[in-house]
Design a protein around this ligand. Structure first.
Ligand SMILES: Nc1ncnc2c1ncn2[C@@H]1O[C@H](COP(=O)(O)OP(=O)(O)OP(=O)(O)O)[C@@H](O)[C@H]1O
Ligand SMILES: [Mg+2]
Length: 376
């Protein structure tokens, strides 16, 4: 039986809603070979959207390759992952991908090992190292395959901000860009969270990936779409929620995708079949949402210094700019004028605050609610 509400993993089909404009925009870009950079705060729906688009393009003459590079800590970790997924996902016969791989890449030394991943019994490491393969060789692989198969390939790389965390990050970026920009049959969809890292890769004039492609900042799913989704999914389980109650779920979490689903799920489980949601149960569910996330929130505040903490208090109290003013620094005990830039930088790097048009807000609306109740 399908879950009525899903959070924490990418969603598809029954659990996927909205995003029609973004879906079309990505499909057009993928079909025309335009590179795309997709950015948003955490858990808004990047992975779900890209997988949704890849799914929809399945029947077309385009091969999409999806890879998540969250676990890649070094340049060659990335090359191994890239080569493996490109070879696997472009193979004509999936089960024979390793045989086919040998046609496209020389000197492979695949090693089969038991996988820590419970969904597959073993994993295959291609054994690509600086001694066996140059970066150029790996980075040209997709283009060579596309030419040989006479198909367009779109390589979608999730958690791309990891590239920004590598020791030789600038050098890696320069290498990727230098090769990718000349490819005629392959385009890229690069996406990830951690705003400061993604920005440092894509929004800085001096960096290789500046203006690499069509930049999309993923917006929130609209209240109207969420209300329809919530009301109909309650109804599927023979439970009743009013439009206003569904709307109040959205407001509480500021339309933040994963929290909308999580809060709806909590409320859904607390509602009996054949019955309707009550005001009281909505309030209890909201409190429960804060409680179940408390461990994560505690982890976020634990490492903060007193000044950083005070800075958050100021933001939660409605201060969004001009932190340097003497009055604000004194009211919230933020220290010296020069301290302000340091505080901002540290909190931006932790992704706790977001800065847009010089306005500072907390990144996570539910964390904000929790902070307001517990830390003020
Ligand atoms: N289109 C959608 N329809 C319904 N729910 C969605 C949609 N997109 C995202 N969600 C909700 O948000 C959660 C997170 O989605 P997803 O993992 O795609 O986001 P993300 O931006 O890739 O997150 P992360 O920053 O952690 O990589 C999902 O588990 C689901 O609850
Ligand atoms: Mg994701």
């Amino acid at each position: 039986m399908e879950r009525k509400f899903v959070f924490g993993t990418a969603v598809t089909d029954y659990n996927f809603t909205g995003r029609s404009k973004e879906t079309e925009r990505l499909k057009t870009a993928f079909r025309s070979g335009i590179n795309v950079i997709l950015m948003s705060a955490r858990r808004l729906g990047k992975t779900s959207l890209v997988k949704h688009v890849c799914q929809q393009l399945k029947s077309e003459e385009i091969i999409t390759v999806y890879l998540d590079i969250f676990s890649c800590k070094s340049e060659y970790d990335f090359y191994n992952k890239l080569a493996t997924e490109v070879l696997k996902q472009t193979a004509s016969r999936k089960e024979l991908w390793l045989d086919e791989a040998k046609d496209f890449m020389l000197r492979l030394a695949p090693k089969i090992s038991l996988s820590p991943n419970p969904t597959s019994e073993f994993s295959i490491a291609l054994g690509i190292t600086p001694k066996t393969h140059s970066p150029e060789e790996v980075l040209s692989l997709a283009e060579n395959i596309a030419v040989r198969k006479q198909k367009r390939i779109v390589v979608c790389i999730d958690e791309f901000q990891q590239i920004g965390e590598m020791d030789n990050s600038a050098q890696v970026q320069a290498r990727l860009r230098a090769i990718w920009q000349h490819q005629k049959h392959v385009s890229y969809c690069l996406f990830g969270s951690k705003r400061h890292l993604m920005s440092s890769i894509f929004l800085h004039r001096s960096m290789p990936f500046y203006q690499f492609g069509d930049l999309i900042a993923l917006e929130k799913i609209s209240t109207k779409e969420w209300v329809e989704y919530i009301v109909s999914h309650f109804a599927d389980g023979n439970k009743i929620i009013t439009n206003e109650q569904a709307e109040s779920i959205c407001t509480f979490v500021d339309n933040y995708s994963s929290y909308v689903q999580q809060l709806a799920w909590i409320l859904y489980t607390q509602t009996k079949e054949g019955e309707g949601v009550t005001e009281e149960s909505v309030n209890i569910a909201k409190q429960d949402l804060l409680n179940v996330n408390e461990i994560l929130f505690m982890q976020m505040v634990e490492p903060l210094s007193e000044y950083q903490f005070n800075f958050l208090r100021a933001v939660v109290n409605g201060v969004h700019s001009d932190f340097g003013l003497a009055e604000i620094r004194e009211t919230y005990k933020l220290g010296s004028y020069s301290n302000i830039a340091r505080l901002k930088k540290a909190l931006l790097e932790r992704d706790i605050i977001t800065s847009e048009n010089k306005t500072i807000t907390l990144t996570d609306p539910v964390f904000e609610q929790w902070f307001k109740r517990k830390m003020m």
